[in-house]
Design a protein around this ligand. Structure first.
Ligand code: FES
Ligand code: MG
Length: 566
């Protein structure tokens, strides 16, 4: 093998003023782990290990890494796993999104500065896949993405359940008084019953599909269930592919072409995928000096049908998508809309990856173009006086009768205000009002949480109200549904117009015109702007760095100094 050998050639060797000694010391310490010289002469595949007792989604990672190592060894490499931080969606305060860039920074530093010739990135839960792709692009280390795969749905009392669309559906029914305490407690143990990421087309599943179409992993690797034997074979192949990357190095950056970014946006739309993926894709693109323009996304949305019938937009679960033909079947349907010349890590064109259309497809889950779930894409961008730099609406998960709404609004100043007042029986609110939540954007102390799915006020929920127009500068879970405007930009914490909205103002939402207008006269706005004060800045640590550097949602909410120059 003529490729680089990480230990032997001392790529990234630390230097004590004597590079030869630095290498000698490195080899000596590597030998202390019991490796033979023959093993240390092999090229090294680093494996980013994100197993954590705080991350239920990642609990199969030790077994996956064993399989990756098998693949690396069989192909002639030396596999060395190393830990990075791991982020599980429900386990972090103030929210997992606040730490995506920290994970990207950690992973980039380890990829770039430990001796390795290629890497396998093992992730899966919502923020981990974008963090790892951002890291790989910035580090420049040839890297294969390996996701843990989705959990399986569980049969329960005549229906199927999986995290976390069903979690939200049952919680909404519980709030409305339709589900008892006893049943909600029982359900707690039935919603997520196997290892793996959320079993619907939420953020984790969407990001896995995007990583696959971008070429960072094989197409079937996007959807094979976490507990399926195929998942271990995919892991083994990821190890083998990493060794191929040592022979024929491909910089992650080289996959990030405009054509490939458009392909990813098309797939996101056709999946009825998560709104969060827009922010993550913008951040990934930003590491390559590309811009995921919201107006372009909106234009693509007009010509991209939703073809995948999974929750929260439709009915199925990720295991159904996999069994129905998965990404290969979906991309075949979309082929005339895609740049088929884009290449994966092995240099194979998208045309060749998709094949000749002879594969099995279950039309209940992956529709043909003539019979789509929706003739237009699931996500749209809105602009207007309330969102000069844009906002997002997942129309595929929204209520069409609310698409054209002009109403007075009820404003919550932040998460504490929301939880203090939303269920107040005396709250002055009707089903026709618009609920507004502010100070929850990327620069706010809340860190852009998934709080955009504001609960329906209890008194309205109990009266049977299922949806209302809700809007904020934060995100919502990819597993959620409703007429919910998200990512309003600029956010309130930087003094965007959202900061100046007051209860009783009128707001106009028009899906038809793609507008989001605050109907307040300019003199009133000027007076409010003069009186507006930003919240105090955090004094130290990660929070301070985020406050100083984080970009707005349309730029991916990355740290500005980590973005590549366009
Ligand atoms: Fe990890 Fe949903 S909590 S993917
Ligand atoms: Mg999520």
């Amino acid at each position: 093998m003529s490729e680089k050998k990480a230990f032997g050639l001392g790529r990234n060797a630390s230097n004590y003023g004597d590079p030869a000694f630095a290498l000698y010391l490195r080899r000596s310490f590597a030998k202390s782990m019991g490796y033979s010289q023959a093993m240390l002469d092999k090229p090294v595949v680093g494996i980013a290990d994100t197993a954590s007792d705080y991350n239920n989604c990642h609990r199969t990672i030790p077994e996956l890494i064993e399989a990756v190592k098998r693949g690396v060894l069989a192909a002639g490499g030396l596999p060395l796993s190393f830990p990075t931080i791991s982020i599980c969606e429900p386990s972090l305060s103030p929210c997992s999104m606040h730490y995506r860039n920290l994970m990207a920074l950690d992973t980039e530093a380890m990829l770039a500065n430990q001796p390795m010739d290629a890497a396998v990135l093992v992730g899966g839960c919502d923020k981990t896949v974008p963090a790892q792709l951002m890291a790989a692009i910035s580090a420049g280390t040839p890297s294969v993405m390996l996701v843990v795969g989705p959990m399986l749905a569980q049969a329960f009392e005549g229906e199927r359940l999986s995290a976390c669309t069903d979690c939200r559906r049952y919680w909404a029914r519980y709030r409305a008084g339709e589900v008892t305490d006893e049943k909600i407690n029982l359900l707690e143990g039935k919603l997520a019953t196997t290892a793996g990421t959320c079993g619907v087309m939420g953020t984790a599943s969407t990001m896995a599909c995007l990583a696959a179409v971008l070429g960072f992993m094989p197409l079937d690797a996007a959807s094979a269930p976490a507990v399926h034997a195929d998942r271990l074979r995919i892991a083994e192949e990821a190890g083998a592919q990493a060794v191929r990357l040592i022979r024929n190095p491909v910089a992650p950056l080289s996959l990030m072409t405009q054509g490939n970014l458009d392909n990813a946006a098309r797939v996101l739309l056709a999946l009825g995928g998560s709104t969060n993926a827009i922010v993550h894709l913008a951040a990934i693109a930003g590491r390559a000096g590309l811009n995921l323009d919201l107006k372009r996304l909106d234009a693509l949305s007009e010509t991209t049908p939703v073809l995948v019938d999974l929750k929260p937009t439709g009915d199925g679960y990720m295991e159904d998508f996999h069994a129905a033909g998965g990404m290969q079947a979906l991309l075949w349907e979309l082929r005339d809309l895609l740049d088929l010349t884009t290449k994966d890590l092995d240099g194979v064109s998208l045309a060749d990856r998709i094949g000749d259309g002879s594969h099995f497809v279950d039309r209940r889950i992956i529709r043909e173009r003539g019979k789509p779930v929706s003739p237009v894409g699931g996500l749209i961008a809105l602009f207007g006086s309330l969102a000069p730099d844009g906002a997002i609406l997942k129309r595929s998960a929204a209520t069409p009768s609310l698409f054209e709404t002009e109403a007075r609004c009820l404003v919550f100043d932040g998460l504490a205000d929301l939880s203090a007042r939303i269920d107040d029986p005396d709250l002055d609110v009707t089903a026709q009002d618009i609920l507004v939540l502010k100070n929850v954007g990327p620069r706010s102390p809340a860190g852009m949480p998934e709080a955009g799915y504001l609960p329906i006020p209890k008194k309205l929920a109990r009266a049977g109200v299922k949806d209302m127009v809700r809007m904020s500068d934060c995100r919502m879970s990819g597993t959620a549904f409703g007429t919910i405007v998200l990512h309003i930009s600029p956010e309130a914490a930087v003094g965007g117009p959202l900061a100046l909205v007051e209860t009783g103002d009128r707001i106009r939402l028009s899906v038809k015109d793609r507008r989001l207008e605050l109907l307040v006269d300019e003199a009133t706005m000027a007076a409010r702007r003069a009186a507006w004060q930003p919240a105090p800045a955090p004094k130290r640590g990660w929070d301070r760095l985020v406050h100083e550097q984080v970009t707005q949602a349309p730029e991916g909410a990355d740290l500005r100094f980590l973005q590549a120059a366009p």
